[in-house]
Design a protein around this ligand. Structure first.
Ligand code: ADP
Ligand code: ZN
Ligand code: ZN
Length: 727
């Protein structure tokens, strides 16, 4: 007998396994991926049909009927269901949670197709209005008279420049119209300006294998290692043009969208309405409309941050993961996954190339490329051959010996002054909010902590209050120490706000903008700041991590990094890698135009290899040291890792649970090389009144242990967080 397997369509930790039902014949052949209504206890629930199973004998319990079928066709394609299965098995979250990551097409109220800008000829139009000297304009005018009208996209494809099209569009007798795309464009014609730039020899060499993979519809993973400005984005555009000429969908992943608006802009300028930009600020209607555009192939390109990897594309021809090393590809919420992995799985399923691009590839990616698992492509030089910026490392211990206790070393102050004198711009990085101001009592050493979390409260100038960065708790700034009642209670550390104040005091004439998480909560404000900085309305841009990536500012000649150490000191095995990335990427902001850049890096660890190698712009040198360390210490890529956090309000109960998990895992790891550490105090002992204990698992192959976990009581344990491949 045939039994339908259904999972509940809502997060349900205890009910995460498929339930068996009978599919009444009247519903016909219902395909997996379809939503159904099932009876559960005394109520009805929405479920997702995930497949059928043939039973030789009827089960001991009575099977119930599926009540209703909710969709005419499946929500999920077979590929989405397979990829969800891989997510489920690899990352240890339920199959239902994995499926729900896919942003499927919900029923749309009304579909709005993308529009094209048209130039339409009226009787008042003439070729003669353009002087003989304006050859291109006349040529375009003649063509328009012949056909009566054409879309801008087509004109670009025909080789008319944007400038010429603009001039003709403003001429007498032309109306500009916005028309729905009537038919599918023939993409072979649609190689617009940017795509038509001839590639350099170096780019050509790198493009060839990508093109071959695309032509033969082959899955291959390319690791494109190229310094910033080496022409990687140009290659993405070219490959995307090829992809859509095959009437296939291209998925372009970028780190946090606000930081990378330049690459988004280049895609939109090149491909117009072929591009759907995916970000969290879209309304539900806009989002569904975008999915529908992709599904109908009215648009062939989706560009967005990590969750865009789940785009409902049925025929993927190319996936690009730009800045593939970026930690924002790792989702750190309840369902933890890495978008790069999902990209590789989908690329494999669709038989298409995946390009991982970076100036500082993840150590694990570079290792795989060296092992031949990925195809390594290198672009070691900038297109316009600008020299790499000159980097100076300052030992902050020396500064203190010289009596300079300011956050700015002498070298930093001179660089700021020099930049201001020469009317250039500077970016100053103060990484991590960890360097924010906290409040401490001078007499008893008491730090004001959040009452619900084991973290120090942070001073915020706006609102003059203390806030917890892990929960919503906030409170007024105390005037006396809550412990010893001393009045000598003071601010410590240097938050971005405080550094901004110091800057203003030292450099009175400087126009300073600040970009940190407080500011970027307001996306518009952040965009305005970046825009104004780009227009040179500010001299200095001060900010956290987010100033380190993506932007191309032609007048930025100097970069200052106030504390290279704060990332180095995070207790994770990737601390050196992250430090190297941050320093290299931030330094790369200096001298993007025709001016050479200067960088000052302040540190208490001037001999650290991550810092020294980034000064020399030596990725491979860094990699060689780092990979030795990883090997010696048994970290990825040599071992897989799972990090677990167990949470409970009661410390005793928590210890009991955590110990049971560890002893069960020890029993089931078999005679493998698996190491289980813990339970030990998590790096933050308490969050939102829940105590936390951590367990770390490492081994060359964790798949059997994962399977055990998934099928045991451990998986359904309330309050357990599982992080596979922590970064
Ligand atoms: P990356 O993505 O590696 O930082 P880009 O693709 O942005 O590099 O290229 C850097 C600059 O060089 C850009 O301004 C781009 O327009 C330009 N560029 C890239 N390829 C070419 C080319 N083949 N010919 C001329 N200019 C190019
Ligand atoms: Zn005190
Ligand atoms: Zn808190």
């Amino acid at each position: 007998m045939r039994v339908a397997q259904v999972i509940i369509n809502r997060p349900a930790k205890q009910l995460h396994k498929p339930l068996s039902y009978l599919m009444p014949e009247k519903f016909g052949n219902v395909l997996p991926g379809t939503r159904v209504l099932i009876p559960l206890g005394n109520s009805r629930e929405e479920g997702i049909l995930i497949g059928y199973e043939e039973l030789i004998e009827p089960p001991e319990f009575k099977l119930r009927n599926i009540v209703q079928v909710l969709d005419n066709e499946p929500w999920f394609t077979p590929e989405m269901m397979d990829t969800a299965r891989r997510l489920n098995e690899y990352y240890l979250f339920s199959y239902g949670d994995a499926l729900r990551l896919f942003t499927v097409n919900k029923t749309l109220k009304s579909y709005e197709a993308p529009k094209e800008e048209w130039l339409v000829v009226t009787p008042a139009f003439s070729v003669e209005q353009f002087s003989e000297r304006k050859k291109k304009q006349r040529e375009l005018a003649k063509y328009l008279l012949e056909v009566g009208g054409a879309s801008k996209a087509l004109l670009l494809a025909k080789g008319f420049s944007r400038m010429v099209i603009k001039q003709v569009s403003e001429a007498k007798g032309i109306t500009n119209e916005s028309r729905f795309k009537a038919t599918k464009t023939t993409f072979d014609e649609l190689f617009t300006e940017e795509v038509n730039i001839p590639l350099t020899d170096a780019q050509q060499a790198v493009y060839k294998p990508i093109q071959e993979a695309m032509n033969s519809h082959q899955h291959k993973t390319f690791l494109l290692h190229g310094v910033t400005g080496s022409g990687k984005t140009q290659l993405y555009l070219k490959a995307t043009a090829r992809c859509i000429s095959q009437d296939k969908t291209a998925i372009i992943l970028v780190p946090e969208i606000i930081l990378t608006d330049q690459i988004v802009r280049r895609f939109v300028e090149t491909f117009g309405d072929e591009v759907v930009v995916f970000h969290s600020k879209l309304t539900v209607q806009q989002r569904n409309n975008n999915w529908e555009r992709l599904r109908r192939k009215d648009s062939h390109i989706i560009i967005g941050a990590r969750s865009a990897v789940f785009a409902p594309a049925e025929d993927i021809g190319l996936i690009v993961v730009d800045e593939e090393h970026d930690t924002s590809y790792k989702q750190e919420d309840m369902v933890r996954y890495h978008a790069r992995n999902v990209a590789l799985w989908r690329g494999e399923a669709h038989g298409c190339p995946v390009i991982l691009g970076s100036a500082t590839p993840a150590v694990t990616s570079y290792y795989k490329a060296k092992q031949g698992e990925y195809h390594l492509l290198e672009l070691p030089h900038r297109i316009f051959e600008q020299p790499m910026p000159k980097v100076t490392i300052v030992d902050m211990k020396e500064e203190i010996l010289h009596g300079n206790y300011s956050v700015f070393s002498d070298a930093m102050s001179s660089l700021i002054q020099k930049t201001l004198n020469e009317h250039n711009q500077m970016i100053i990085l103060l990484n991590r909010r960890g360097y924010n101001t906290f409040v401490m009592c001078r007499d008893c050493g008491e730090t004001i902590m959040c009452p619900h979390c084991d973290v120090a409260m942070v001073y915020h100038q706006a609102g003059e209050e203390l806030r917890c960065h892990y929960c919503e708790h906030h409170e007024p700034i105390p005037t006396v120490c809550p412990k010893c009642h001393s009045k000598r209670i003071k601010f410590f550390g240097s938050g971005t706000q405080k550094v901004e104040e110091e800057l203003r005091q030292h450099f009175k004439s400087a126009r300073i903008a600040r970009l940190d998480q407080d500011v970027t909560k307001n996306k518009q404000l952040a965009e305005d700041i970046l825009h104004d900085f780009g227009a040179h309305k500010y001299d200095i841009l001060l900010g956290t991590q987010m100033v380190s990536k993506g932007h191309d500012f032609k007048d930025v000649t100097a970069v200052g990094i106030l504390t290279a150490d704060s990332v180095l000191n995070i207790p994770v095995y990737t601390a050196s890698e992250r430090t190297f990335d941050l320093l290299t990427q931030t330094s790369g902001r200096a001298g993007r135009g025709d001016k050479t850049g200067s960088v000052v890096i302040q540190t208490y660890n001037p001999l650290n290899y991550a810092i020294i190698k980034s000064k020399a712009h030596d990725y491979v040198g860094f990699y060689n040291e780092e990979i030795q360390n990883r090997k010696a210490l048994g970290y990825p890529p040599f071992r897989e890792m799972i990090h677990m956090v167990v949470r409970h309000q009661n410390m005793d109960t928590l210890e009991t649970i955590a110990n049971r998990i560890v002893s069960d895992l020890e029993t089931h790891k078999g005679d493998s090389d698996i190491l289980i550490n813990g339970p030990y105090e998590a790096s933050i002992k308490k969050v939102r009144d829940m105590y936390r204990l951590a367990i770390m698992i490492r081994g060359t192959d964790l798949s059997n242990l994962k399977e055990y976990i998934y099928n045991s009581w451990i998986f359904t344990q309330e309050g357990l967080l599982i992080d596979v491949d922590p970064v």
